[in-house]
Design a protein around this ligand. Structure first.
Ligand SMILES: NC(=O)c1ccc[n+]([C@@H]2O[C@H](COP(=O)([O-])OP(=O)(O)OC[C@H]3O[C@@H](n4cnc5c(N)ncnc54)[C@H](OP(=O)(O)O)[C@@H]3O)[C@@H](O)[C@H]2O)c1
Length: 379
């Protein structure tokens, strides 16, 4: 029985992970549940999964939960996050917090040599080199659960000796691929993703294709390739989850249903696949698969991500921090859709490359850029 610690249990990835645990009670149990604000959902999860450790951001909610469940180890606040992410009583830690909030807890788990199933993209965008080096130094295992990177990982099974020519990173293109992008785009339209059901931040990132930029950075670190070896391929049906082209011209592809449960289950049960009840794809129904180039002039966020990759690490931290604030402002209807790329561009333009050696330095730059981005929005 593997004990799973879920950082972000009340989110989309967290709930998919709990579905897998629910369907496989003889294989997995949830020992740790980390939530943000959703106390009622966390309460329901405590009732059903009987964890040992829980976290919620606010102290008053933590006090309530301790009163209701006195046998639980209850953590809250920044200090509580430090403590709960340094516990070692689990087998796999699922990193599924959203945004930079995931960086330190993921780093702590890796520092302790644990196995981490990584969903949170921002961890590698902001901390790529540090996270990969820390994992190596501490014999930690990093298993990706992002569907594209899981697909690439699977295409590379047994291929260690074969050099990669290119990674073909597929993208659905989001809701606006065939439409004009204007300032009139509403939050509701941007949240209406054509193929995946995800949390709000990553759904907006998918619509701007910033998500794909983040995934290029993730792929670079996870698979040790140059950014030039990663080609974004728009594949509207999200049936092919990504591909690897080898130097002999062979392309290995991973195809499957559009369900995050499959890559999450693959990471939890790695290297064995888990049988599930998800409807299988029927190629006769699908008939055609199409592949297109992304338009970088239209998807400015993807272009900015490529620019940040070229310019160096601290630019990627700025890209991520500014994006986080601007997406949040758009979701709260404080700015228009087009102001997301415009704001990021401004923040990148004023930045000068700095060396960031520690998590603390990365978090300090993240904080500074977020404050500046907020000020820019207010003005
Ligand atoms: N969803 C997908 O299909 C998908 C696919 C690939 C990768 N990812 C990546 O996985 C990550 C999670 O995505 P998601 O879609 O699951 O997001 P989500 O639905 O918004 O869930 C985020 C989770 O993090 C918690 N949280 C947020 N800030 C927190 C904080 N400061 N302290 C403690 N908990 C906090 C939330 O708690 P409350 O809700 O209780 O506030 C929630 O449980 C993102 O980095 C995303 O890019 C997602």
């Amino acid at each position: 029985m593997k004990k799973i610690a879920i950082f972000g249990s009340t989110g989309s990835i967290g709930e998919s992970t709990l579905n897998i645990i629910r369907e496989n009670p003889d294989l997995f149990s949830a020992i740790t549940l980390v939530a943000g604000k959703n106390i009622q959902k966390l309460r329901n999860q405590i009732e059903e999964f009987k964890p040992k450790n829980i976290y919620i951001i606010e102290q008053k909610n933590a006090i309530k939960l301790k009163e209701e469940y006195p046998y639980l180890n209850v953590f809250y606040g920044q200090e509580g996050m430090e403590k709960i992410s340094k516990l070692t009583d689990f087998d796999i830690g699922v990193s599924a917090l959203v945004g930079i909030a995931g960086l330190k807890p993921t780093y702590n788990m890796i520092k302790n040599g644990k196995t981490v199933a990584l969903a949170n993209k921002e961890v590698l965008v902001a901390g790529g080199e540090l996270i990969m080096n820390t994992a190596k130094q501490n014999n930690a295992t990093l298993l990706t659960v992002d569907s594209e990177h899981s697909a690439i990982m699977q295409c590379l099974q047994g291929e260690k000796q074969n050099p990669i020519d290119k990674i073909l990173l597929t993208a659905s293109g989001g809701p606006f691929f065939d439409k004009e992008i204007t300032d009139e785009i509403t939050v509701e339209q941007a949240l209406n993703h054509p193929t995946w059901k995800m949390g709000p931040k990553v759904t907006i990132d998918s619509s701007t294709m910033m998500n794909k930029g983040f995934e290029v950075i993730e792929a670079k670190w996870l698979f040790d390739v140059n950014p030039e070896q990663i080609q974004v391929v728009v594949h509207r049906k999200s049936i092919v989850h990504s591909m690897v082209q080898f130097k002999d011209g062979t392309i290995m592809a991973n195809l499957g249903p559009k369900s995050m449960q499959i890559p999450i289950a693959y990471a939890l049960n790695y290297p064995n696949r888990l049988i599930n009840h998800i409807e299988k794809i029927d190629l006769f129904d699908i008939k055609t698969l199409t592949f297109e180039k992304p338009n970088l002039e239209k998807f400015q966020c993807l272009k900015l991500a490529f620019e940040a990759i070229q310019k160096g690490h601290s630019y990627q931290v700025v890209l991520n921090a500014a994006n986080e604030v601007l997406v949040d402002a758009f979701l709260n209807k404080k700015i228009t859709y087009m102001q997301i790329p415009k704001g990021i561009q401004k923040m990148l333009a004023t930045h000068k490359l700095t060396k960031l050696n520690t998590v603390e330095e990365i978090l300090a730059l993240d904080k500074k850029i977020k404050e500046e981005t907020k000020k820019m929005i207010e003005n």
